[in-house]
Design a protein around this ligand. Structure first.
Ligand SMILES: *[C@@H]1O[C@H](CO)[C@@H](O)[C@H](O)[C@H]1NC(C)=O
Ligand SMILES: *[C@@H]1O[C@H](CO)[C@@H](O)[C@H](O)[C@H]1NC(C)=O
Length: 244
């Protein structure tokens, strides 16, 4: 009886600790090439791991995030850095640095965005966004989360079918696919100016193209067809080039 009570206390304590100790991200490179993830905290939130690191094929890192963290993660590919961490990447480059340290990635880049609770709402919200274009397939999957936890993802290699007009090429090879907003910078595609509301910003032929190939990702600024995922989990798996 006494042992059971101790066990119960221990279980309650560990469950309490796992809830109050922030969130763990497991970031995996399942691509057939090296990638260099970038990570950036939203204003007022810390940027863990100096903002960027290298992941070999098959390698993973675990990142411990503080409570109520908010920010984004993206992948960089085709990078080359010197011993001082200076160089460049074909896509997702952040000021030519291995450690992005607060710099964002140059689009087109597939973004994983998340808000892991706010002071008045403990729920986690996350999505995969193609609003700034696509470079690497990625998914975010909660591990043993609560009911309603869903998968946010763009699993397909969008650059294979990217229209010529939106393609970002490097030495003749397509390495990224721009969103129509990025390619044209026009208010209609960027949902700015007179198009800056849900009623005036509608899907376009280009956002439909993204949507058809990656239905579980945001394809334009007011895309609500996927819904933001809302969840409460203590760990999430983020996989670059997830198995399809
Ligand atoms: C980059 O960050 C790593 C830790 O993630 C650190 O060990 C390294 O010194 C940093 N490099 C530079 C050039 O700041
Ligand atoms: C698309 O880009 C990714 C990385 O950005 C690259 O690994 C892949 O080979 C590209 N696909 C094609 C068909 O060029």
């Amino acid at each position: 009886m006494r042992t059971n009570l101790h066990l119960l206390l221990f279980l309650c304590l560990s469950c309490y600790l796992s809830i109050s100790n922030g969130t763990e991200l497991i970031i995996v490179n399942n691509c057939k090439e090296s990638i260099w993830p970038g990570i950036l905290g939203t204003a007022g939130h810390e940027t863990p791991n100096n903002g960027g690191f290298h992941l070999n094929i098959g390698q993973q890192v675990v990142i411990q995030l503080p409570n109520l963290w908010s920010g984004r993660i993206w992948g960089r590919q085709g990078c080359c850095f010197d011993v001082n961490g200076k160089g460049s990447c074909q896509t997702g480059d952040c000021s030519g640095l291995l450690n992005c340290s607060g710099a964002g990635g140059i689009p087109p880049a597939t973004l994983v965005e998340m808000t892991l609770g706010t002071s008045n709402n403990p729920k986690h919200y996350y999505d995969v966004s193609l609003v700034d274009g696509f470079n690497i397939p990625v998914s975010m999957i909660p591990i043993s989360g609560s009911i309603g936890c869903g998968v946010a993802a763009c699993e397909a290699d969008l650059n294979q079918s990217c229209p010529e007009y939106l393609a970002l090429k490097c030495q003749g090879k397509i390495v990224g696919c721009k969103s129509a907003c990025l390619a044209t910078n026009s208010p209609k595609y960027c949902c700015t100016g007179e198009f800056a509301s849900k009623n005036t910003c509608k899907p376009t032929a280009f956002s439909q193209f993204f949507k058809t190939i990656c239905p579980r990702a945001y394809s334009y600024a007011f895309d609500e067809s996927t819904g933001l995922k809302s969840c409460k989990a203590s760990r999430y798996l983020i996989t670059f080039c997830p198995p399809t």
